[in-house]
Design a protein around this ligand. Structure first.
Ligand SMILES: NC(=O)c1ccc[n+]([C@@H]2O[C@H](COP(=O)([O-])OP(=O)(O)OC[C@H]3O[C@@H](n4cnc5c(N)ncnc54)[C@H](OP(=O)(O)O)[C@@H]3O)[C@@H](O)[C@H]2O)c1
Length: 258
């Protein structure tokens, strides 16, 4: 029996990771701010699958929250075999109209907390010679993302960080994968503060969480550095490799600025 720690497990992709991993016999540590939602999910999963589920309510956007979470996990005498860095949010609109404080919170959650948690749990995985890290980036991380400029930049950070880590850890027994979903039908769009963001999703691109999670776990198992679920999304991520980035930026600005 191994233990997976999932951040952002209260809704969306994170809740699907919890369900799929519980079905596969893993114990879980669920982290997010909404303790009530985590408790409800924990009760259901432990009843349905007999796994041990620990709930830790934490705001990972706060300074040093990654280290505090690691201390809490250590105080519960739990080992983390699989770290799923999934918590994140985006905001949409022209950069000049964004609130600096909200951008700082996004960078803290989407980047700093990811790095802090890998720092916290990776050394023990290396020592044990086994483990996994799944960092949730986005197809937006492959290209400039006008009107979601900071969000796109945080996901480019997660993608680059994960690929480097993957190469460093080859042969160590620890696997690393960056999950880069396209649009997924979760409360992400409403959490962005711009629910009309859903309308920018091209027809046929929206995926459900479960196949995204299953693709991510298969990629991690296979030792692949990057997972882009869905054929349309895979085609999309080829474009920045074929076209000039300035053209990609202008084309994205047209779609995202609608
Ligand atoms: N949905 C998409 O189209 C899409 C596409 C590409 C990538 N992604 C990425 O996928 C990941 C999951 O997103 P989702 O689509 O599942 O969105 P979601 O349903 O809004 O879930 C976000 C999760 O993050 C948690 N969270 C937010 N702020 C937090 C904080 N300060 N501290 C701790 N937890 C926090 C939320 O829980 P609480 O509010 O309870 O804290 C929630 O569990 C994100 O990294 C997102 O960027 C999503």
């Amino acid at each position: 029996m191994t233990t997976a720690l999932i951040t952002g497990a209260s809704t969306g992709i994170g809740a699907s990771f919890a369900e799929v991993l519980a079905e596969r016999g893993h114990d879980l540590i669920l982290v997010a701010r909404s303790k009530d939602k985590l408790d409800a999910l924990a009760g259901k999963l432990s009843a349905d699958f007999g796994c041990k589920v620990t709930v830790i309510a934490a705001d990972l956007g706060l300074p040093s929250s990654g280290a505090a979470l690691a201390q809490k996990v250590a105080s519960l005498k739990l080992d983390v075999d699989l770290l799923v860095n999934n918590a994140g949010f985006g905001s949409a609109g022209a950069f000049a109209r964004q609130l600096p404080q909200r951008d700082a919170e996004m960078i803290a959650l989407n980047c700093t907390a990811v790095v802090d948690l890998v720092h916290a749990f990776l050394p023990a995985m290396i020592e044990r010679g086994t483990g996994g890290v799944l960092n949730v980036a986005s197809v937006g991380g492959f290209q400039p993302l006008p009107y979601m400029a900071i969000y796109g930049a945080t996901k480019a950070f997660v993608l680059s960080f994960s690929e480097s880590l993957w190469a460093e850890l080859r042969g160590s027994g620890v696997k690393v994968t960056a999950l880069c979903p396209g649009p997924v039908d979760t409360p992400f769009f409403e959490a962005s503060g711009t629910p009309s963001l859903r309308k920018t999703v091209p027809k046929g691109f929206m995926m459900q969480s479960r196949p995204v999670v299953e693709a991510a776990l298969a990629a991690l198992e296979a030792g692949r550095p990057v997972c882009v679920p869905g054929v349309s999304n895979q085609a999309l991520t080829m474009m920045p490799r074929l076209l000039p980035r300035s053209l990609m930026a202008r084309m994205s600005a047209k779609i995202m600025g609608r």
